[in-house]
Each structure stands twice: as structure tokens, then as C-alpha cells.
Design a protein around this ligand. Sequence first.
Ligand code: PBG
Length: 323
Amino acid sequence: MKFPETRPRRLRMNAVVRGLVQETRLSVEQLIYPLFVCPGEGVKREISSMPGNHQFSIDTLVEEARAVKSLGIPGIILFGIPEKKDDHATSAYEDHGIVQDAVRALKREVKDLLVVTDVCLCGYTSHGHCGVVLNNEIRNDASVDLIAKTALSHVKAGADMVAPSDMMDGRVVAIRQILEKSGHKNTPILSYAVKYASAFYGPFREAAESAPAFGDRRSHQMDPPNAREALKEVELDIEEGADILMVKPAGPYLDIIRMVRDRYPVPVAAYQVSGEYAALVAAARLGWLDLQRTALETLIGIRRAGADIIITYFAKEAAKLLS
Ligand code: PBG
């Protein structure tokens, strides 16, 4: 078949036909919105490198979560900024830690909102590393014990799903076992299975106050040039009992999302991270890009690559545009 019989433009001539033949769709049910909770009352502090996103105290967080839910967004992922930090991240696994108390409030006050908690120690350690540091080394197994303990404390407080983001080896099975032992066999684990050591996390570290005081995260997060290694991480996490696998960041790693989607029969999530958001917002503020159109284009690209679920700071804007 060739021209003039074949004219692909026939199916692009108007919005109705374009709508009919659209291969990939983006809908609000696929989005999760990140929220940051901090101590205090009445706090709503804008994060300067992530305009439109804030640190909330529990009371204002509940209001924000209600607004998020009313836009049709099904869930949030919660990050905590604790009152105190120490070498062993004690505030990460306290019964009344910031995340635990926030989860209780959200589950009590906001009906049918899925509450996922990010499980990591970097926001809770005085040095900002994702684990226990001894002689300048981030210790894997000691960190995993604390990470599992943290996950359990979130679930006890009512978290619907836990999302370990630390990239220590063996954390998924440790979380699965501690949840089994304590009778929480139905809580899904959304594993940050493939998390790259990315420069795109910059703005988040301001938001979560979690920048490492020395060194970096390259001894545990993945090296950006590697793809085979992503498959190995995914395979391990599935074996260890993860239910949903995440690739992070999203935009620079669309090939990885596609590989995971094609090879494993599990839901795939992608995290469009703080720097991906900040770059578009900054360009739009300079008048260089149309924010609404570029934001939706990045999200549809992530869907086309194969992501079932997208965690994005654009969730609220996208929900409004899609409705
Ligand atoms: C915690 C964590 C990070 C992000 C999610 N969980 C930061 C990091 O690994 O340094 C990044 C999210 C974003 O940039 O939006 N380990």
C-alpha cells in the first residue's frame, strides 16, 4: 500500500478521529502524588526548587490530601521530615514518628485515599545516608534491619503500601518477612527496584532535607549506564516478594521501563522525579516552554514506555487537564 491510496493524515484530521485511534492513554487513576510532612501546626512551606510543592504539618497535610483525592488522584506517597535526626535514624521507626502520625491522621480523615509510604533512612540519619554508617561505609545488613523495622511501623500505623527506596540488598525480603511475622500478609510492597544514582534528585533533597553530609549514594543506587543490572534488581525483588516494581527516574530511563514491562508480569511504576519536574517548571517560568503541554507529553511518554503507574509532582495539574 502506498500513496495516494494510503494517507496517514486521514486519521489525524480532527480531534474526534485522533481520539479514536490514540494508542496510549493517560488517566488520573494511574497517578500518585508525592507529599512531604514535617513537624508543627499550620505549616505550609513552599519548596523553593519545586514550586507548587510544600512541606506540610499534619493538619495542613490532611487538607491537601483531601484536595488531591477530590481531583480524582487515587493515592499519595508520603515522605517525612523528622524533628530529630541521629546516627541510627531512630525517628524513622518510632511509634509516633512524623510519618506514622501522619498516616494515622490521613487514614482517619481522608476516605479511600491510598497512602503509600516511602521507606528509607536518609531523611532520619544525621549524616543523610540511607543506612547505618560505620568507618565511612554504608553497612548493608544493619541498615536492612532498621529499614524493615521502619516499614513495619508504617504498616502498623495504617499505611496501605510501603515503598522501600534505599537500594540496600535484601531489603524487600526483610520487609516481607517482618510483615508476615506480624500478621500483615496483605500489604503490598512497591519496590524502588531500579533506582539510579541520579542528579535529578537534587530538588527533592531540599524538600526532604536529606542530602548526604559527605560522599554520595553511588555505592547503593545504580550506575546510570547500566541496563542489564536493572533486570537483575527486578528479578531479585520479585523473588523477594515485591508486588509492584518501580523504575526511577522516569524520563532518562524510558528504555528501562520498557524492558521491565516486556519481561515481567508485574505492574510497573515510574517515578518522574523532582529534577524532571523542576526543569520543566523553570523553563516555563522563563517563557521557554508551555508547561501544561510539555508536562502531559512527558507523562504520556512514560506511559508509552510501559509504565502502569506514574508517581509525579504534576499529578494535580494533570488531573485538572485530564478532567
Ligand atoms: C529517598 C528518596 C529519594 C527520592 C525518593 N526517595 C532521594 C534520594 O535517593 O536521594 C527522590 C525523589 C525525587 O527526586 O523526586 N532515598
